[in-house]
Design a protein around this ligand. Structure first.
Ligand code: SF4
Length: 343
């Protein structure tokens, strides 16, 4: 997730608590559609209930802590029954197809299920103190407020540990008139069960693909299964939404957008990740190769992570992507970025 620009904080307002929904189990042969249609048919409410039940012995992400979040217990994500919102507002630092003219309607969710040692949002991703607790109607109200501000989408940042809470917010949001694409802005460390619950509901998946080698994922995030989970997740996401589709204004409407943060001395893993995207997903995948790595959080405990990447590393990654046939590369201000990086 990118937090490179100044972000406006808004206080959380509450919607009237009169929008309750019935719940039931999901039918196995359910055909995914859009969130509004799923809501109208009652299928969205069944998914809300299915997700809520999973909180009782939480396996919503690959950590599979099996804690009872319904009873307030917390696992690695330090989040119990309620989601916590750290901040929200129009964000102009995301990829241009998301930002448009009025910004991406970003909701920063506190807590995280991955915990990279170099996290640039360490203050909100760890611990249980950050952010303000919200219920479904609060979260729906935030979405509707962002829509009223003219934002082009609802950008859910670090959503993986609060899939159930996000789903629960959708019925009141839809009934309140929400009509924007939903962006799932995640680490790539996702569970199959969560992605199944989101099928037909999320319009734009925006996962990171961070590490290729299990050893690297274990060293920097204590998650040796990250590469395998991320590969599975990206294939599943691409099956659900396809390549990134833009409207006539160039704004993203649906599809997959992958981010890859370049890391010092990890160009070989970068090339393997790009090769996977080009060959296993699609050469038309929209990819943002990000060069802004800098040591944050506890990165300094690793000698190799104590520097930014070089201009040569960035150029090598771009060349590798093009050589593999990936042509939809996000276009940051290249000359400015290369000036900022070491030669
Ligand atoms: S969502 Fe949180 S509690 Fe649930 S499995 Fe993941 S880290 Fe554990």
């Amino acid at each position: 997730m990118d937090t490179g620009t100044v972000f406006v904080r808004y206080t959380v307002r509450r919607l009237p608590r009169n929008l309750l929904f019935n719940v039931a189990l999901r039918e196995p042969d359910e055909i995914p559609m859009d969130a509004k249609t799923l809501h109208t048919s009652g299928q969205l409410e069944r998914r809300v209930e299915s997700a809520r039940r999973l909180l009782g012995r939480c396996i919503l992400c690959p950590r599979r802590c099996r804690v009872n979040r319904l009873a307030g217990e917390t696992g690695l994500c330090a989040t119990g029954l309620r989601a916590r919102v750290a901040s929200y507002g129009p964000h102009f630092g995301e990829e241009q197809p998301l930002v448009g003219t009025h910004g991406s309607g970003t909701i920063f969710l506190a807590g995280c299920s991955l915990h990279c040692c170099f996290c640039q949002n360490d203050d909100i991703s760890r611990g249980s103190d950050a952010g303000q607790e919200v219920d479904a109607t609060d979260l729906a109200a935030i979405m509707l407020e962002l829509q009223a501000m003219g934002c082009h989408n609802i950008n859910l940042v670090t959503p993986s540990h609060v899939v159930a809470q996000i789903l629960a917010a959708l019925p009141p949001a839809i009934e309140g008139g929400l009509d924007l694409p939903l962006v799932y802005n995640c680490s790539g460390y996702e569970s199959t069960v969560a992605l199944t619950l989101l099928d037909g509901i999320i319009d734009i998946y925006m996962p990171d693909f961070k590490f290729w080698r299990p050893e690297t994922a274990a060293r920097y995030a204590n998650a040796p299964d990250y590469p395998e989970r991320a590969r599975e997740a990206l294939v599943r996401m691409h099956r659900q939404v396809g390549d990134l589709a833009l409207d006539s204004n160039g704004y993203a409407r649906s599809g997959l957008l992958i981010r890859h943060l370049l890391m010092p001395d990890m160009i070989a893993e970068t090339e393997q990740i790009l090769h996977f995207i080009a060959t296993r997903l699609s050469a038309h995948t929209y990819v943002n190769i990000m060069g802004q790595y800098h040591p944050c959080a506890s990165a300094n405990q690793f000698e190799e992570l104590r520097r930014t990447i070089t201009g040569a590393e960035y150029r090598q990654a771009l060349e590798a992507a093009r050589a593999m046939g990936l042509t939809r590369l996000d276009q940051p201000d290249l000359s400015r970025l290369l000036r900022r990086l070491q030669r």
